[in-house]
Design a protein. Sequence first.
Lengths: 224, 462
Amino acid sequence: MRILVVEDDQDLSRQLHQALKDTGYAVDVAADGEEGHFLGDTEPYDAVILDLGLPLIDGVSILQKWRADGKTFPVIILTARDQWSEKVAGFDAGADDYLTKPFHTEELLARLRALIRRASGHTTDMIELGDLTVDNRSARAFVSGAPIKLTSHEFRLLSYMASHQGRVISRTELVEHIYDQDFDRDSNTIEVFVGRLRRKIGTDRIETVRGLGYRLVDPEDSKA
Amino acid sequence: MANRSLVSSLVRSAALWAVPALLIAAIILTLVYRNTIYRSFDDPLESAVTALIASVEVDEEGQLRLTREPLDPRYQRALSGRYWLIGQDEGEGPLSIFVASRSLYGESVSIPETALSDLNAKAGEFIRSPVLGPDENEPLRALARQVVLPGMDDPVIVLAAADRRPASRSISQFAVIALGLLIIMTVGLMTAMWMQVRVGLRPLFALTDRVTDVREGREAQVDGDYPPEIEPLAQELNSLISHNKNIVERARTHVGNLAHALKTPIAVLQNEARLKDDTPSEIVNRQTEIMASQVDHHLRRARAAARGQSIGVTAPVDEVIDSLVRTLPRIYRDKELEIVRRGEAGLIFRGAKRDLEEMVGNLMDNAAKWTGSRVIVNTELLSSEVDMKITIEDDGPGLSEKDYAEALKRGARLDEATPGSGLGLSIVDDLCTAYKGQVTLGKSDIGGLKVSLTLPRVRPNV
């Protein structure tokens, strides 16, 4: 899962970056409105954390532009502005959630999870596929109840595929959603990660659809 | 004195000169008329006296004799009210009459002492005097002259008199008419004066009405064309209103900026401190928590203090409620939230939109937070004509009666279990009080808490 943080305060932005990375997200950070708008416009994020008072372009305007351009990723507004008029304006511009500063990082993470979950149509943080369980809350995965050791990139890959299970996901899409923009992107590394993941959770759980990409499946289903 | 109505003081000062002036005019007119009447009354008497003097003779025996009597037939008819006589004042009692008109019928007239002494003093001059006549002492007016006749030693009095009642009647009739006319004139003049003042002051009254409109929120500015005397006042009022608005707006902006400026650093400090478990982090954590709540508290106080002060600011209630009805389900996505909107439409709050949003927003948010599924928002007019009532109720657990007072208390948090919850009622209460409104808590018919706000509204112009 790839998250965009648009926040002009350096320290807060660094903290958010760290906390999100620790939770297993790929994170991009923008320090002003223009950069934030550009990134949101060009990269396929799974969620955006957006400050309102930004240099160059304010948060509400960015959000309105994104929505006008048909961007549907969930956006959570993180701001010191706590008045209802501002909340209403934020939601009317297309926000999906609104959190006021100061905030607890855990609450932000919980809300972010809820947004991503809702956007992909799941109702809980636990995604199950046969005896495979992906817990987005603790960033861990289990097979038949036994925890599997995964690196953060491996988990991101699994989590993204679990959220979109049953659908064929192209390598490019995987690259876009599990790496942040600073990462040296090479779609061949995806093959390496998929290989490692297969070894850990079982080869038959990830199908290769030639020329298109990968699909996460429940091997019991395909047998039946 | 200082607060007497402009209209009444203008009319009063006009009355102060107009009433005496008209009264004096009435008196003078009556006097002039009276003189005219008496002059025409005296003329025939004077010619009668002159004729008598010219035709009287003293014969050899010392008796008075008239060569020619005055012609007027009324002198011949008994007690006709017109008489003449020639007599002598003997000091005591009535005149001794030498010759008299037949109309006197052997009687005499009684001449007051003052007239007799006047006659003596001014011999040869005409003396006018009221006298009493022979017919039941009827009031007469006499013209007399004391003359010395050739052949007589003592002076004689030649007198002609006529009933003065018709003349008096005519004069008093005239006086009544004159007075009546002048009273009518006075009333007319006062009315005209009053109307003129009303008309003259009309722009001032119009200005008063416009200021009321602004005060009650129907208008944002004092509109209209005013005469050059009042125009500067209207302009000053307008700039005062916009100045006031600017000050309040600036205060709000500053407060908002301060909030933004402080909250981010606090968030950063808190996040940083929560990462570690040592003592300094704990202290930073605790202190930033206090800072956050202090900032919150004082910003809210500062915002509340700026309210109720700006003049002519209004907000449509429907718009505010509609936007919240739209927003809340997005915040509480996990609930099947059903918000029912009831009651009067088209109400206008007399105050700032964001304040109404804060009040209704906090209450609806509370309701949405605690409800099972249903939230009812009701608006109604109050009979006082200047107030409205917004009621928000839910079907959640509600509060027990003993908690009502506690809930409104500043900073009280009734349920610490729901993170960051606090009922927000104290904010609502602060705001509502700033608008001289009222917050009432009660039990809802659908089970949960029912909160009623009484707030000022704009009374539509009738």
